[in-house]
Design a protein around this ligand. Structure first.
Ligand code: FAD
Length: 390
């Protein structure tokens, strides 16, 4: 059994690491200062400038096919890069990305929506959640009815990441209530903001915030259906599937950086005449964190590897998302404890991580939904105990 990275994986991972250390981490203190002053941590122009710098040496579109100028990296390599991104709390991500389901668009839609999104000229958001339908996503109510050649959308979406900044939304709407969303009754639409939807920021525990989107008789031409009518729910599940290994990969980077800080603090902070790291209470927090981090790392890389094998990755990805999200919450909590009062201040990034990672247990499938998937697979005999080695 070989747990080593290939030369290519290592080279890409190290290049990403160098870029983040050289270009992104130097902004960290300024980011904390701005956020303490209730200003945006990173302006869109600053993000764009960093992304173009990264593009200059080839880092553009981790998941984007080469024909659109991307790197088209295997999932394992993408996972490694997401971990590097997690090491800095500056909300930087590489440019050249687009929602995975936008690649399902037809040629005209690709020109209008996909290509400008990859190029960073247009911003998208993905909207399925509604006030009455989160985990139970098949219960969506936002409706689309045909009127002449157009679809008319009515209803509300909520908690939409980037919804206040987006130029267009990928909206999952009910087109056939009788059939139900899961059975071909939902359709995905590409809806320009100029078509008339409104958005409102929702204040949350973390920095930035998602938005509520309101659709009041919004007319959408039939050519803006993404995929086929009736395919909306399947496309939504495809969209959500991607985050199930990228989110915990990011979590590993956060947890590693935070644990590094805790180890350094434990070696230098002295109480009762000796470093706090001499105490078993502190050592156990460090040991548990390192062990859980290592377990998460392999669960996540295995999930990404499953994606690369072209087999159904859902079971492995649910375990990776469930464990990775829980792990980073436990690690950051211990790191905050090891830092004592300083951990609770806004001078350090620890309390920021504490607020940020709480979300990881909620969005793109809550802990409970991941458990439901894992248990259901086993109870129905869809997945064998023992994973791919069974
Ligand atoms: C910051 C943020 C960003 C988001 N971004 C997006 C986005 O870009 N696009 C988008 O469409 N959505 C987005 N979401 C929505 C997110 O995916 C949902 O919040 C999430 O799926 C949970 O749905 P809910 O909030 O309605 O909770 P609910 O579904 O009401 O669940 C409430 C609680 O009950 C539990 N529960 C529900 N059903 C069961 C069950 N059968 N068994 C056991 N427990 C159960 C849940 O796990 C949870 O703990 C975002 C949310 C947040 C907070």
């Amino acid at each position: 059994m070989d747990f080593a990275l290939s030369d290519t994986e290592r080279a890409i991972r190290d290049t990403a690491r160098d870029f983040i250390a050289r270009e992104v981490m130097p902004l960290e203190q300024e980011l904390l200062r701005r956020e303490r002053a209730h200003q945006p941590g990173l302006e869109p122009d600053e993000l764009r400038e960093l992304q173009l710098k990264a593009r200059a040496f080839g880092f553009w579109g981790l998941a984007t096919p080469e024909e659109y100028g991307g790197m088209d990296l295997p999932a394992v390599t993408q996972s490694l890069v997401w971990t590097e991104l997690g090491r800095s709390f500056v909300p930087f991500r590489f440019g050249g990305e687009a929602d995975n389901i936008l690649f399902r668009a037809n040629d005209a839609q690709k020109r209008e929506f996909l290509v400008p999104t990859v190029e960073g000229e247009r911003r998208s958001c993905f909207a399925i959640t509604e006030p009455g339908a989160g985990s139970d996503a098949a219960n969506i109510r936002l409706s689309a009815r045909l009127d002449g050649g157009d679809w008319v959308l009515n209803g509300e979406k909520t908690f939409i990441t980037g919804g206040n900044e987006a130029d267009f939304a990928i909206v999952i709407a009910v087109t056939d209530r009788e059939r139900g969303a899961r059975n071909g009754g939902a359709t995905a639409f590409l809806v320009d903001r100029a078509m008339g939807w409104r958005s409102e920021l929702i204040q949350t525990m973390g920095e930035g915030g998602p938005a509520a989107l309101v659709f009041d008789d919004v007319r959408v031409p039939a050519r803006n259906v993404l995929g086929e009518p009736g395919q909306g729910f399947a496309l939504a599940m495809e969209w959500i599937g991607k985050g199930r290994y990228t989110i915990p990969s990011h979590a590993v980077g956060i947890a590693e950086r935070a644990l590094r800080m805790a180890i350094d603090h434990a070696n230098t902070r002295r109480t009762f005449g000796r470093p706090i790291g001499d105490n078993q209470a502190i050592q156990w927090m460090i040991a548990d964190s390192e062990t859980e981090l290592e377990a998460a790392r392999w669960l996540i890389l295995r999930a990404a590897w499953t994606v690369d094998q072209g087999v159904d990755p859902r079971h492995a990805s649910s375990m990776a998302k469930l464990y990775g999200a829980g792990m980073v919450n436990r690690v950051v909590d211990r790191v905050l404890q090891i830092h004592g009062g300083m951990g609770y201040t806004r001078e350090l990034p620890v309390e920021r991580w504490y607020r940020q990672v709480r979300l990881y247990r909620i969005f793109e499938g809550t802990d409970e939904m991941q458990r439901l998937i894992i248990a259901r697979d086993l109870l129905r005999g869809y997945t064998r105990l023992g994973g791919h080695l069974a």
